[in-house]
Design a protein around this ligand. Structure first.
Ligand SMILES: Cc1cc2nc3c(=O)[nH]c(=O)nc-3n(C[C@H](O)[C@H](O)[C@H](O)COP(=O)(O)O)c2cc1C
Length: 382
């Protein structure tokens, strides 16, 4: 059967077949597989969408290597997503320094250290002396990471946090497009005025770092605020119904995370993939537990543990290191019921792990069917 046609201006802008981008998803945990690794990027791009590497948390060398691996596996366009936080590195840690996770725990405030030690003792955590914390990461050195993306002429650069204004001109000179992810209309307007080519407006229901506005309310407001810069819908899109709805609202495509995480190529730990499959729409929670910023993950007993601690979250990246140490401890001591990763409310819609290409194919088929057949059947205009 001929491949269905579903084109928007996004397809012309990026040179892709379908208006579907797999979201940048960085690793939730030090030393664990990555949310959106090379394999997922290649699979989505080869399927006619555009795959985005989750480069947050990579070392600078790993980032360049991953970009070159993608280029060696596909000649289709792809993207790289980085976090560009304003205030880094955190006090007491410098980029490039060699530290173990056990040493980082020693650097935490007394109350957090005491809380960690209590849990580690109660749950019999094995030592974390062997876990090295990379500090030459893209997040600790965002400017150097951006330079690598520009040197490598990555077709689409995406900033998941912070305004990429400082790099837009250089990126355009290298023939790249720039996207910024935002969670409210004000920031949609701000990044649009900074010269980005695309805005991804992510609603509250999305996985990972997330804002307070639901996708349905956010999209039209973000579209108005970003005009004439086009907007992609993000947060809660898991099938062709979400894609069709986003296009109907005036978006030129979708930025999809959780659905692509739960694929053969998606980089979540098996345990986290299983959690997504067994989740209902109620089984995620927003917390500052993971990174110190509000982020959505599948809910586990870890959330209750944190809520009961009464502790203030630490500034980024120290909360990431504290939660990583705990997650590693839970995994190594067999306390799986405390382990989860970032995921969105759309988890409840996901019932199987399948190839990413199949996700693209089914999303397109359903959206085409809705837009061309089902809508004309149900919506009477005369
Ligand atoms: C496991 C995971 C990791 C994520 N990591 C990042 C990241 O490193 N950078 C970023 O910009 N967004 C990150 N996000 C957010 C996604 O890019 C995307 O905006 C979100 O998943 C969209 O909502 P959805 O999960 O409902 O599709 C992450 C999301 C998940 C589920």
């Amino acid at each position: 059967m001929a491949r269905p046609v579903l084109r928007t201006p996004l397809c012309d802008m990026l040179g892709i077949e379908y208006p579907i981008i797999s979201a940048g998803m960085g690793p939730t945990l030090i030393g664990e597989p990555n949310g959106a690794p090379v394999e997922l990027v290649v699979a989505v791009s080869e399927a006619g969408g555009l795959g985005v590497l989750g480069g947050a948390g990579f070392t600078l060398n790993e980032l360049r290597t991953a970009i070159r691996q993608i280029k060696s596996k596909t000649d289709k366009p792809f993207g790289v997503d980085l976090l560009l936080p304003k205030n880094l590195p955190g006090a007491g840690m410098s980029a490039g320094e060699r530290l173990t996770l056990a040493q980082v725990i020693e650097m935490l405030p007394e109350k957090h250290k005491a809380w960690y030690r209590k849990i580690a003792k109660e749950m019999n955590f094995p030592s974390l002396d062997d876990v090295e914390v990379p500090t030459d990461t893209t997040t600790m050195n965002p400017r150097a990471a951006v330079d690598i993306c520009i040197e490598e002429k990555v077709p689409l650069f995406a900033s998941g946090l912070g305004n990429p204004e400082f790099m837009v001109e250089k990126a355009h000179a290298a023939g790249m497009k720039v996207l910024a992810v935002v969670g409210n209309a004000k920031n949609a307007g701000r990044v649009a005025r900074s010269g980005v080519d695309l805005v991804a407006a992510q609603g509250h229901e999305g996985g990972g770092h997330t804002g307070r506005i639901g996708t349905m309310a956010l999209l039209p407001q973000a579209i108005d605020a970003a005009h004439p810069v086009p907007v992609l819908a993000a947060g809660g899109i898991g099938d062709g119904r979400g894609l069709a709805a986003a296009l109907a609202m005036g978006c030129i495509g979708v930025w999809v995370g959780t659905r692509f995480l739960a694929t053969n190529e998606g980089g979540a730990m098996e345990l986290c993939k299983k959690r997504i499959l067994s989740s209902t729409d109620e089984d995620t929670r927003v917390s500052k537990l993971f990174t110190g910023k509000t982020s959505r993950a599948n809910v586990t007993r870890f959330h209750d543990l944190w809520d009961a601690s009464g502790l203030e979250p630490l500034p980024f990246p120290f909360q990431v290191l504290l939660s990583s140490a705990l997650l590693l401890g839970f995994i190594r001591s067999g306390n799986d019921e405390y382990v989860s990763g970032f995921a969105g409310q759309v988890s409840g819609l996901i019932h199987d792990i399948k190839p990413a290409a199949k996700v693209v194919e089914e999303m397109v088929e359903t959206a085409v069917e809705i837009l061309s057949r089902r809508l004309p059947e149900t919506v009477r205009l005369k």
